[in-house]
Write a protein that binds this ligand. Sequence first.
Ligand SMILES: [Zn+2]
Length: 197
Amino acid sequence: MATSKKASKKTIASVEETISLKKIKPISAAASRSLTGDRGLKRIMTDAEVLAVYGTPGNTANFTQIITPFPFIIAWDKKIIVQKFTCHKKIANPLSNVLADLLATYGKQKINQLGINLFGGLYNLRKMRGSNTRWSRHSWAIAIDLDPDRNLLREDHTTARFARPEYKPMIDIFYKHGFVGYGPEKDYDWMHFEIGI
Ligand SMILES: [Zn+2]
């Protein structure tokens, strides 16, 4: 069973502060891909590639807003509805296509029922979890987190909600439009999807 405990934003933040990624034993991308079937479309970028393609982290001049085709709610404050995302200009089209495909594939009711509408953040200028030096991909607004409470950083496919079969179409949609998921690639941080290369 996935953890159903409602994690507050504070809880998530404290997890981020205390987590040591060294304690996580990632399985190889090839091995973890076999968990959900090899899509083999894109891979995770190196930091050099992110800098070359997406510029300086936190440079809001590179950002734009997209209107979401269905409403999201903030995972840690479910009273707040989100209908616009701030993202890097270069991912505006692929991300819009992901959202349109999610709506076409699942429909609004199923999206809500599965918690795909639980927004866990996109732009956030911060260091990578477990690192004092490397910028998080969220710093470039090229990554999005969904349903963070049920796809915690340290959860693997045995408990993460997004590893369940009903989410395979969602993961395939992200890959179809050039994104990669840390769940399928690394078997942790299943909430996280970022543009690949
Ligand atoms: Zn993330």
